[in-house]
Design a binder for this molecule. Sequence first.
Ligand code: SAM
Length: 279
Amino acid sequence: MSGDRRRSGNLLTDSPELYEARFPDPERLAGRWAEDTLRRYGAGPRVLDIGCGTGRDAAYLHRAGRAVIGADLSPAMLDYARERHPGPEYRRADLRGFALGTFDAVVCLDSALLYCHGNDDLDGFLGSCRRALAPGGLLMAEMRNGAYFLGRTDLLDTPADDAFTWRGTGYRSTTTLRVDRTAQLLRRTRVWTSDDGSPPVEQRSAWRLLLPQELRHFLTAHGFTVLALYDGPGPRTDPPWRDGDTPGVTADADRLHLIARLDTPQGVSAHHQPRTPHA
Ligand SMILES: C[S@@+](CC[C@H](N)C(=O)[O-])C[C@H]1O[C@@H](n2cnc3c(N)ncnc32)[C@H](O)[C@@H]1O
């Protein structure tokens, strides 16, 4: 578990193969949901998957016929994506401020957007999306729902233990989540131990606790119209999304799914209109 300068301090992000082993998606649910949603809202073919991680969703969208760029801050993730999920072009970029070309859709899955901790970060992300999107382009994101933690403490403050074996080494983790109300962040402390003789490693992460109405306000301020903002069904909900499911209307459960369209400047015709599934 020792680090080098390419490491981010997150064992799972630094070990993409382990990441996929811990969060398997053999049926490519996230990719299928993303493709279904892009079709439902009539997105054109050029897609940026920002915070693409191991590249499995970017590669799914590529196989579906889209021209995909996958971008991430982690060199380890990008190396893995190029080798294991080829097809898309993979680039290193920070989602808080990027310029990677012009796209018909930007997708940002599994809470990557919530690495925008401050309002300046969110402005940087949404400003970059606005500049990256063709008129009428779509922004699609899937993440934790900050509103879930209003009045609920079931996920908070109690250490949760996990154990698994990977490549012959046993790993144990103890994870504690807490709400930092001042910073409006969900903070995670995770202590890893392994039976390979390495000393315990403590790792910290944090996600912005974004509330649905707050997100709507940011999007409107950046020139987007929110088409859908709902808690499920989605690729990480219980029950999970299935082919043919339509977007919900509440934003109460622990995941949030966002679809927004960049407003079209007057005089520019946008061909993207909502469509029925697979129309
Ligand atoms: C939970 S993973 C999600 C990966 C992928 N979207 C998925 O659904 O499997 C979050 C990803 O965001 C990336 N990330 C974190 N901060 C970032 C930043 N500032 N810019 C770009 N990527 C970032 C991490 O390296 C990691 O790959």
